[in-house]
Design a protein around this ligand. Structure first.
Ligand code: G1P
Length: 272
């Protein structure tokens, strides 16, 4: 059973500057709600019971968003506004399920995952990258279903345009079925020439707890960071099964300003 989800939130958000010099990009609103809540709701709907949010001392606003009781109580007492009362209830529901872990130096996703080791209770857990929204079909739910069938680790994947391979982790595969395949290898941000396919990693992973041991063995890679993709690669080479889940939902890239604006427009349109 997959009951825990980890969400790395300590990134600097340089692709969204100057906004991210004063605010966490994960709190930027989409149709009136922080981006992060869409990710939490996807997990809740998929049966997750606990969130481990990896923040940094520069991202304390994320913690404050969930733990601002004195402020809310004062306002609610004065105003008795129904909308605010409802929103506060929702925040209290989320925060019962949240633990915070700190990654004060941006040393990569692998390093962020390692910081969660002491909290992970079972053999498999979910990881979601908050830049990647998937709407219309619950991707985490699909991945949990595939994990139940294969008993292996799962990575969300989607076909992307060949010209853009160098922006993603790219998968090579075998035994391809309609909605999934077994992963043979993974290469982070390859050139067009070196890309083994145009199936890209999108930020949803069901990882085995064996990943922690692999991360510890890694040396910093590209940009001086510890990359989760390198640990995954080594696990695959050591006969651990990883599967690509070709998800059905619609992918929205919230990690760049133009992507964020497009996500806002698409989600708003969907609500109308
Ligand atoms: C990360 C992963 C990459 C994946 C991408 C999806 O890259 O390292 O493999 O394809 O997320 O958004 P980043 O966006 O941090 O550069």
């Amino acid at each position: 059973m997959i009951k825990q989800a980890i969400i790395p939130l300590a990134g600097l958000g340089t692709r969204m500057l100057p906004l991210t010099s004063v605010m966490a990009k994960e709190l930027m609103p989409i149709n009136g709600r922080p981006n992060l809540e869409y990710i939490l709701d996807e997990c809740l709907d998929a049966g997750v019971k606990e969130f481990i949010l990896i923040i940094s001392k520069n991202k304390l606003s994320i913690k404050k968003y969930f733990f601002n009781d004195a402020f809310y109580k004062k306002i609610i007492k004065k105003k008795k506004d129904k909308r605010i009362i409802e929103e506060y209830k929702k925040i209290k529901k989320y925060r019962k399920m949240i633990k915070f872990v700190y990654q004060n130096k941006p040393r990569g996703t692998g390093d962020a995952v390692l910081k969660c080791q002491r909290f992970i209770k079972s053999k498999f857990f979910l990881m979601l990258l908050p830049d990647d929204l998937i709407i219309k079909k619950n991707c985490s739910k699909e991945m949990i279903r595939l994990h139940k069938i294969t008993k292996g680790s799962i990575i969300a994947t989607k076909r992307i345009k060949r010209q853009t391979v160098s922006r993603w982790g790219i998968l090579s595969f075998k035994n391809k079925k309609k909605t999934y395949f077994q992963i043979k290898d993974v290469i982070e941000k390859p050139s067009i020439k070196k890309a083994p396919s145009n199936f890209a990693i999108i930020g949803r992973y069901i990882l085995t707890s064996k990943i922690f041991g692999e991360i510890k063995k890694l040396k910093p890679g590209h940009g001086g960071e510890i990359h989760i993709t390198d640990a995954i690669k080594n696990l695959i080479y050591n006969d651990n099964k990883f599967y690509g889940n070709i998800f059905k939902g619609k992918y929205l890239d919230c990690g760049t300003l133009s992507g964020y604006m497009d996500s806002c427009a698409q989600i708003y349109k969907g609500k109308k």
